[in-house]
Design a protein around this ligand. Structure first.
Ligand SMILES: Nc1ncnc2c1ncn2[C@@H]1O[C@H](COP(=O)(O)OP(=O)(O)OP(=O)(O)O)[C@@H](O)[C@H]1O
Ligand SMILES: [Mg+2]
Length: 286
C-alpha cells in the first residue's frame, strides 16, 4: 500500500494517428505501429501529496501525464492508480454520469485549451458548484474570498463566453477550488493572466491545498512559479523520462538545463514567447 495519491506502474502510453479527442479512451492493448506517437514506455512513478509542478519542454508529455493521472486518458499497458483505485474503473465515465461524478469527486481537471460555454452567469455558477460540490465544510466567506482574490466581482453577471481569456481562466480556477475534489489537475492554469495575478492565484492554491488537504498537480512554463509554489517537481527530460523530487532538491540550474537542453537565461526568454503563442492559439477558437 503506497501513500502517493497517484501511482503509475509500468505504464505505456501512445497516441495513434486517428485517436479520438483526449478524454475519450483509446483502444487498450494496441501494439505500437505506424502513425503512433509513443509518449511513455514502462513508466513507473509516484506523484506525492501536496502541490506538484510539472515542468519540461513542449511535447515532453506533461499534459498526457496529467490526463493519465486524472483518469481522462488510460494506459495501453500498466496501471495508474488514483487514491488506490485503478483508473480503468473510469473508462466509461464519458457515457455514465454517475461514474463521471465518482471520478470527479476523486479528481477534477482544468484543461489547457479552455472551451467552456454556459447559459448561467458565472456568479450563479460559482454558488451552484460550491453548493453541489464535495466540500464538507462550506461557508460563504470562501466564495467571497475567491471573488475578491481572483478579481471576479465585476464579472459575476457575465456568462463564460462573454469573458476575456484571462477572466475565464480566473473563473475556472475558482470553479476548480469550489468543486472540492480530492485532487485537482491543472494544465497551464495561468498562462493568460498578468504576472501579479499568477502569483496571487498560486498563493491562493498553495494555501487552499494546505488548508483542505487537496493535492494539486499543475503544469506551468514559468520556472519561477514552480520554484515558489510547489512542494514537489516532476521534471520532464524528454523521451518519456520523468524525474520526481522535492522542489528544493530538484530545482537547480544543472537539472533544468539538462531537461530543457538550453541555457537558463535563454529559457526565461522562451517562457515569454511561449505564453504569447498560447494566447494567440486560444484567440483563434471559433
Ligand atoms: N491527441 C494527440 N494525438 C497525437 N499525438 C499527440 C496528441 N496529443 C499529444 N500528442 C503528442 O504526444 C507528445 C506529448 O504531448 P503533450 O501534449 O503531453 O506534451 P506537453 O508536455 O504537455 O507539451 P506542451 O508544453 O506543449 O503543452 C507530443 O509528442 C505530442 O505531439
Ligand atoms: Mg501541455
Amino acid at each position: 500500500m503506497s501513500h502517493n495519491p497517484v501511482e503509475l506502474r509500468n505504464v505505456d502510453f501512445f497516441y495513434t494517428a486517428n485517436d479520438p479527442a483526449p478524454g475519450v479512451p483509446p483502444a487498450v492493448g494496441l501494439e505500437a505501429a505506424e502513425g503512433v506517437t509513443q509518449v511513455f514506455s514502462d513508466l513507473t512513478l509516484g506523484l506525492p501529496a501536496g502541490v506538484i509542478s510539472l515542468v519540461g519542454q513542449n511535447g515532453s508529455g506533461k499534459s498526457t501525464l496529467l490526463l493519465l493521472a486524472g483518469a481522462r486518458l488510460f494506459p495501453a499497458q500498466g496501471t495508474v492508480t488514483l487514491l488506490g483505485i485503478d483508473t480503468r474503473e473510469f473508462l466509461n465515465a464519458a457515457e455514465d454520469p454517475e461514474l463521471e461524478e465518482r471520478r470527479n469527486e476523486l479528481v477534477s481537471f482544468v484543461y489547457q485549451n479552455m472551451e467552456f460555454e454556459t447559459e448561467e452567469p458565472i456568479g450563479e455558477l460559482m454558488e451552484f458548484v460550491y453548493e453541489n460540490g464535495f466540500h464538507r465544510d462550506k461557508n460563504g466567506s470562501f466564495l467571497q474570498e475567491l471573488r475578491g482574490t481572483l478579481e471576479l466581482e465585476h464579472l459575476l453577471s457575465k456568462r463564460t463566453q462573454q469573458l476575456s481569456k484571462g477572466e475565464l481562466q480566473r473563473a475556472i480556477v475558482a470553479f476548480s477550488m469550489l468543486y472540492g475534489s480530492h485532487i485537482i489537475m491543472m494544465d497551464e492554469p495561468v498562462f493568460a493572466l498578468e504576472d501579479y495575478q499568477k502569483h496571487r492565484v498560486f498563493e491562493m492554491l498553495v494555501d487552499f491545498a494546505a488548508r483542505t488537504g487537496t493535492s494539486i498537480y499543475y503544469s506551468v512554463h514559468e520556472l519561477e512559479l514552480t520554484r515558489k509554489y510547489s512542494d514537489y517537481m516532476a521534471l520532464f527530460h524528454g523521451q518519456g523520462m520523468v524525474e520526481v523530487g522535492r522542489t528544493e532538491d530538484l530545482y537547480s540550474k544543472e537539472k533544468i538545463e539538462e531537461a530543457y537542453q538550453v541555457p537558463m537565461d535563454l529559457l526565461y526568454k522562451k517562457e515569454g514567447l511561449y505564453r504569447e503563442s498560447l494566447l494567440k492559439l486560444s484567440r483563434q477558437k471559433p
